[in-house]
Design a protein around this ligand. Structure first.
Ligand SMILES: NC(=O)c1ccc[n+]([C@@H]2O[C@H](COP(=O)([O-])OP(=O)(O)OC[C@H]3O[C@@H](n4cnc5c(N)ncnc54)[C@H](O)[C@@H]3O)[C@@H](O)[C@H]2O)c1
Length: 342
């Protein structure tokens, strides 16, 4: 995603009604209007299952966004003042009740993303190979009022991927968003690697996202609305020594996002990639447990620090929201300025 000339994102206050109309047009090209506030045939606002109704593909409220648009039209103009009686500046649109699966959600960046989405009122599928870790994340989210469901699954096993998506759909009615975040890496010069390690890297970092993207697209295309955000890497944009095959997978994910973004644009599904730079997580620590690599990276990063997991959820939430309804096929770095593309 490119920013504006002065590097700022346009304010959601200024663009609110216009972007909401774009969402109505792009997500609902036949002009069908859905009852405002409807979640789905078989769920309530807690995301829990009503077993008396059969699951139906459902359009989430903000895919259509009629209620939000109407409330904008009726509201008095925002004056900029925040004292009592004045209307509060709204946040990102369309995240409330959004049903999103986040993969690798027991890991560092994944957990930060699901915490933010739950805070925004989303219903989150916490998918991870580490089932206990996923349960622990869900338990913590529920203690603070978040709505989440643990989905233990290995992305290298196609049948487990499909079952996890179907379990989530059975619980909450459909799936509106996917964050492809799970990943794995090991540092070796390319000449020291063999087919076995290439296979593992490709299976987790490239094939994994392809499998689950295909599984959720069936639902998103049926409801003519969806958001897919893939956590790629700056390694996939500019290369990285010691990570040749991992970088190839991440570059592949960026190219895949751009291609399916074109194929599914008229079905109302957007695809974007977020590219973290070096981020202080177990994955980075595993590349050099001595910490020397991390110190060298800090010296190279203009902002003079590694990324933190909490640096990622903002852009992910934005790309999942209706404020990003007209943004697709883009990739954006979150790297403290380490990589800059003109
Ligand atoms: N940390 C960094 O410096 C950095 C930089 C660029 C990109 N990234 C990307 O960010 C994403 C998150 O990484 P992180 O740093 O939080 O790592 P992490 O190791 O903390 O989390 C990764 C999670 O993915 C899960 N996972 C791995 N293989 C899986 C599989 N087959 N099926 C299901 N889940 C699986 C792990 O169990 C783990 O919970 C990854 O895609 C990674 O490539 C990280």
């Amino acid at each position: 995603m490119e920013t504006t000339e002065n590097g700022k994102m346009p304010s959601s206050h200024f663009n609110g009604p216009a972007l909401t109309q774009l969402c109505i047009r792009s997500a609902n090209p036949v002009g069908e209007r859905q009852r405002p506030g409807a979640l789905s045939a078989n769920t309530d606002r807690t995301g829990s299952l009503d077993s008396s109704a059969s699951p139906q593909p459902a359009r989430r409220p903000s895919c259509n966004a009629v209620s939000e648009l109407d409330s904008w039209m009726e509201a008095p103009p925002f004056t900029g003042a925040s004292h009592e009686g004045k209307r509060r500046m709204p946040g990102l649109r369309g995240l409330r009740d959004q049903r999103v699966i986040v993969t690798g959600a027991a890991g560092a960046i994944g957990r930060a993303i699901v915490e933010r989405l739950a805070e925004e009122g989303g219903i989150v599928g916490v998918l991870d190979l580490d089932g206990e870790g996923a349960e622990a994340v869900v338990g913590a989210l529920r203690e603070t009022g978040g709505r989440a469901h643990a989905l233990a699954a290995d992305l290298t096993r196609p049948e487990q991927v499909e079952q996890a998506v179907e379990r989530f759909v059975a619980k909450v009615g459909s799936v509106d968003g996917l964050v492809n975040n799970a990943g794995w890496d090991v540092a070796h010069d390319f000449l020291d690697t063999d087919e076995a390690v290439w296979q593992k890297l490709v299976d987790i970092n490239l094939m994994g996202p392809l499998r689950i993207t295909k599984a959720v697209l069936t639902h998103m295309a049926a409801q003519r609305c969806g958001r897919v955000v893939s956590i790629a890497s700056d390694a996939g944009r500019v290369g990285s020594s010691g990570e040749a095959v991992y970088a190839a997978c991440k570059g592949g994910i960026i190219a895949f996002s751009k291609s399916v973004a074109r194929e599914l644009a008229r079905q109302g599904v957007t695809f974007n990639a977020v590219c973290p730079g070096p981020t202080d997580t177990p994955l980075l620590e595993g590349l050099d447990p001595t910490g020397r690599l991390q110190q060298a990276l800090v010296r190279a990063i203009p902002m003079r620090r590694l990324g933190e997991p909490t640096d990622l959820p903002g852009i992910v939430a934005f790309l999942l929201s209706d404020d990003a309804a007209f943004i697709t096929g883009q990739s954006i770095s979150v790297s403290g300025g380490l990589t800059m593309h003109g």
